[in-house]
Design a protein around this ligand. Sequence first.
Ligand SMILES: [Zn+2]
Length: 326
Amino acid sequence: MQLKTTFNRVTNYKPFVVDRVQFSENDIELWIEVTMRPRENGLARCSGCGMRCGGYDTMPQPRRFDFIPLWMIPVVLIYTMRRVNCPTCGVKVEYVPWADGKSPLTAELRWFLAGWARRMSWKEVSSCFGMCWEYVYNSVEHAVSWGKKHRDLSGIESIGVDEVQWKKGHKYQTLVYQIDEGRKRLLWVGPDRTPKTLLRFFRFLGKDRYSQIQFVCSDLWQAYVKVIAKKVPDAIHVLDRFHVMQKMSKAIDKVRAAEVKQLKADGFEAMLKGCRWVLLKRPENMTEKQTIKLDELLQYNLRSVRSHLMKEDFQQFGEYTYVPRP
Ligand SMILES: [Zn+2]
């Protein structure tokens, strides 16, 4: 089977045809050149509006477009672009199905690189396939903007709001995900984590869509809590259990520190010393020594101990399942 047959099999570039496929090489590398030409009497299409129009002229130099490598051998498409005289757009370069604008990448190569960039780092993709990093970046950018243009934002019922730190932790970004069963994806990213940030997300989604949201999951960040209550008041707001527990641990720490101070003043200093983790840890994670210490502490009616017991009670809250009545 010839390379030409293979190439025709994997592409659909009508009304263009493969003129010839040949190996080419210099001192450093070997590559495959696929030279394209328009079919006999094939009218060119305007790249501005897509209309078939009469020819104007042919560019002096052929253009080169990178295709998917074959057996790790680079494949280059070569074609001399024509210009058309479009009644609507004026003199325009023709439309070709394998590339757009001034990009030196064929659509096939872009999707190929973007596909691999989902599995490996961009740097790895670039070194694996012998492409420059900009090619990978460009391909991902293209795939993302294509995806954004074609995505369907209907039927979103559950969202998750989260923040990430970047620039060494000095800046925040707000991320909103769709977290519906069977459809989990990143919906939106915005700078900062202010009420305005999240309001922008709701504006982006539009009232028709966000009024269908039934569940929102977020942490306890006040800006989010406020905006969620305002924009989707009927949705069930699920607070991240981890963050609630974090707040609780902080509160226990505060109670313990105050009590240690009090006990010290009253001359019972030793009682709560070294028991910070005993009060914060889950019983199943404790060392034997910590378990003994906890048993000892539980005998006293201390505020620290009571707060610990309340935290333990609250843990069950997370395992509680709601069974609706039939
Ligand atoms: Zn046109």
